[in-house]
Structures are given as C-alpha cells and as structure tokens.
Design a protein around this ligand. Structure first.
Ligand code: FPP
Length: 239
C-alpha cells in the first residue's frame, strides 16, 4: 500500500459500471457496451503501465451476475474467452501478468474448459513485469471471506490463531497488496460486494463517466486527486 500523501497508488481497483446505460443511450444492445468496456480496460492498462502503477483489479463478473439474461451472460463469457485467447499476445507484449480472482472450483459455474483457459493465460503471462492485472470473475467478496474462513478453520489448530493476517492469507488476493484506490464509474455509489475486506482503507472515487468512455485522462485525474489526499488509517497525522 502507498500511505504517504503525494505517493502513486500501487494498486487501483475498478468497478466498471455503466456499460448497459452507455449502450442504451445509443440505441445499441447491452453487449456492445460491454465490448466497448473491454476496450476501456485495455486503455486503462496501457495508461497505468505508462504511469508506473503496479497492480490493477477489474470487477468483470460477480457471483450475482449469473442472474442476468442468458444472452448477456453468454456474451460476457465470449468476451472473456477472446480476452484470454485472441487478446493474450497483446497483453504479453505489454508486460502484463494476468491473475483471475474468484470461484474457479471444479464443480463451479465457470466450467472446466474456461477455467483451463484462465490457468493457461495466468501461466503464459507469469513473467509479465510491467503490471499485474487481476480480473475478478465469478467473484463475490462475502463468498471470498466465507471461503477463506472455512479453509482457515480446517487448517488452524485453534481459534486463537485466527487473525486479520491469517484470514488475508486465504483470500484470493493473498499475494497482492490491498488496493489504495477504488474507482467506480457511472455515478453509482456502492461497493456491490467487491473486495470489501481489501478496500477497508482504500480511497473511494465515484466518477460520473460511463465505463466505456473511461480513458487515460480520467485515470490521470483520479490518480492526481488520490495523491492529494491524506490517508490517516484512524490516526492523527498533523495537528
Ligand atoms: C457493469 O455494467 C458491468 C459488468 C457487469 C460487466 C463488466 C464487464 C466488462 C467491461 C467486460 C468483460 C471483461 C473482460 C476482462 C473480458 P452494467 O452492465 O451493470 O451497466 P448498467 O448499470 O449501465 O446497466
């Protein structure tokens, strides 16, 4: 975590909201909004690399998103499949290390074949040294915490050994620093079950722009705003 005013955020998390409304406003199918959302994700990764940001996380598909219409779910899965196949070379060339965070259990909803592609993409990009990009997929923060606590209880000798650090060590983000900044686009002001443990001390920004329109200038402005904020972690830093 970066904890000094004026320091770059090490890790920025994004709730990519507003794709559907962006499409609707243009008389386009919702999936077109998601398609343009993938372009915005690539733009953001490129701009973050240029700025020297080390980690990005994107909330791509929540455990609740399965309840969307079947054609939208299928369309999102097709975009994801293209991301880890056709678009992988571009990401590798840019020096991206990919990580997928979320429920990939063998009997889970993502299915074996897609999970295999995700693992392959993680392996193929494991040497990426410019930035780590986490795609949160079939992800829900409460489910993540329940999963971590269950694993911990199964492995822990006694209840007294439970601690914040031990729970953190079983989260999907166990080897990734907590986000310093969380940006949600489209003006909605909520976390929607996203990284609730990891965002405990993050700076939050709710921007009025729809995710498909998010660009490098928005990112630079948000980082500039972040760098001017004083992070106190419950302490008093200046009189
Ligand atoms: C929220 O907007 C967005 C999503 C639920 C999906 C975000 C997914 C992508 C941008 C593409 C998939 C990512 C990869 C890596 C291939 P919304 O549809 O809820 O927008 P609305 O609130 O305007 O309806």
């Amino acid at each position: 975590m970066s904890d000094q005013t004026g320091a770059l955020p090490r890790h920025i998390a994004f709730i990519m909201d507003g794709n559907g409304r962006w499409a609707k406003a243009r008389g386009l199918p919702r999936l077109e909004g998601h398609r343009k959302g993938v372009d915005a994700l690539h733009r953001t990764v490129d701009a973050a690399i240029e700025m020297g940001i080390e980690y990005l996380s994107f909330y791509a598909f929540s455990t609740e998103n399965w309840q969307r219409p079947a054609d939208e779910v299928a369309g999102l899965m097709a975009l994801l499949r293209a991301f880890v196949t056709k678009e992988l070379e571009k990401l590798k060339k840019a020096g991206v290390r990919l990580r997928f965070l979320g429920d990939q259990s063998p009997d889970g909803k993502l299915g074996d074949e897609l999970c295999g592609l995700l693992t392959k993409a993680e392996e193929e990009t494991s040497q990426g040294d410019k930035i780590t990009v986490c795609i949160c997929l079939n992800y829900g923060s409460r489910a993540e915490i329940v999963h971590a606590v269950k694993a911990l209880v199964q492995s822990a000798a006694d209840v007294d050994s439970l601690s914040e650090d031990s729970i953190s060590s079983y989260l999907y983000t166990k080897d990734i620093p907590d986000p310093d900044l969380c940006i949600r686009t489209s003006g909605e002001q909520r976390l929607s079950n996203f990284m609730m443990w990891q965002l405990a001390y993050a700076e939050l920004m709710f921007l009025p722009v729809a995710w498909p329109d998010f660009d490098a200038a928005h990112l630079r402005a948000a980082v500039g705003d972040f760098m001017g904020r004083e992070r106190r972690y419950g302490k008093v830093l200046s009189a």
